[in-house]
Design a protein around this ligand. Structure first.
Ligand SMILES: NCc1[nH]cc(CCC(=O)O)c1CC(=O)O
Ligand SMILES: [Zn+2]
Ligand SMILES: [Zn+2]
Length: 330
């Protein structure tokens, strides 16, 4: 059923370019992750990620405008809320309520940048009081069924608000099928693509992100739902599961330390666009090494990005995207 559905992979010019695969780095091979808060005028720098900030909708539009002029093709939106008014709860209600920053921003982004491809990260962890990516049982383990129900509801809310892509990063079992089902029942499945964070490892490289998204788990870790770094077999099974459930595109995350997995997934599923997430810790690491003069950032970053393309990634999600867009103009 799902493998016969092609339109959700090709309805946008940028999605179509992503179906055409080579190793050059062009603007459509880059996706720019951005953090969005509810204070519309905010610019909140993130200390562990110099050059990256959380924006409000007005400041985000101002930030993106010159980048779109330079050729920016796609963004990945992350909503960030604080818990000062107790807005976080056990089921992540803040992820899809009317005041969610992502839901508020989508119509304005669609109007301001009609050609920009807009993806939304879908997860509970930025919105749950316990900071885990799913709903928990009373004894504190993941309750998969209510979790994927919530994930699908959130994906639908973002699709309705105008997301071209929903990207579930929660790693619950069978969330792709639940999301696809939900999009079909709302007749949105030919207008919203599903990019699965299929092969996501339990990584120390996410440190700066959890600070940026205020999404660190309040207790425990994510090893019961994110994959063990040493594993190849379960990585293969994760990709297979998501392909069978109808994912339009796949992702490996983090990037640089997992290029063998990129190749493994690409060899297995050459017909699906493959994303790689160069995560927050990779960004900090390269930026800091460049800043202390250990190496020339441009040379090394280019090498890393080309390596990702060579391994089989079609699109690189990178906080360096603004810098690379400048280089593409040189
Ligand atoms: N839903 C969790 C999520 N969504 C995006 C990232 C990481 C992104 C980055 O490090 O840049 C993570 C990782 C995590 O906290 O487990
Ligand atoms: Zn999460
Ligand atoms: Zn996430």
């Amino acid at each position: 059923m799902s493998s016969s559905k092609l339109h959700s992979s090709i309805f946008h010019p940028t999605l179509r370019k992503l179906q055409c695969q080579d190793v050059a780095i062009d603007a459509h091979n880059l996706m720019y992750p951005v953090f969005l808060v509810n204070d519309d005028e905010a610019v909140q720098p993130i200390p562990s990620m110099p050059g990256v900030a959380r924006y409000g909708i007005n400041t985000l539009l101002t930030h993106l405008e010159p980048l779109v002029t330079k050729g920016l093709q796609s963004i990945l939106l992350f909503g960030v809320v604080d818990n000062l008014q107790g807005s976080k709860d056990s089921i992540g209600s803040g992820a899809d309520c009317a005041t969610n920053p992502v839901i508020r921003a989508l119509p304005r982004l669609r109007t301001a940048f009609p050609d920009l491809l807009i993806a939304c990260d879908v997860c509970l962890c930025p919105y749950t009081d316990h900071g885990h990516c799913g709903v928990l049982t009373p004894d504190g383990v993941i309750d998969n069924e209510p979790s994927i129900k919530r994930i699908a509801e959130i994906a639908l809310a973002y699709a309705k608000a105008g997301a071209h892509i929903v990207a579930p990063s929660d790693m619950m079992d069978n969330r792709i099928y639940a999301i696809k089902q939900m999009l079909r029942s709302a007749n949105l499945d030919n207008r919203c693509s599903v990019l699965s964070y299929s092969v996501k490892f339990a990584s120390g490289f996410y440190g700066p992100f959890r600070d940026a998204a205020q999404s660190a788990p309040a207790f425990g870790d994510r090893k019961c739902y994110q994959l063990p770094p040493g594993s190849k077999g379960i990585a293969k099974r994760a990709a297979k599961r998501d392909v069978e459930e109808g994912a339009d595109m796949l992702m490996v995350k983090p990037g640089m330390a997992y290029l063998d997995i990129v190749k493994q997934v690409k060899d297995e599923y050459p017909e699906l666009p493959l994303f790689i997430y160069q995560v927050s810790g990779e960004y900090s690491m390269l930026l800091n090494a460049g800043a202390i003069g250990a190496f020339d950032l441009k040379t090394v970053l280019w090498e890393v990005l080309v390596g990702m393309r060579r391994a089989g990634a079609d699109c690189i999600i990178s906080y360096f995207t603004p810098l690379v867009l400048d280089w593409l103009k040189e």
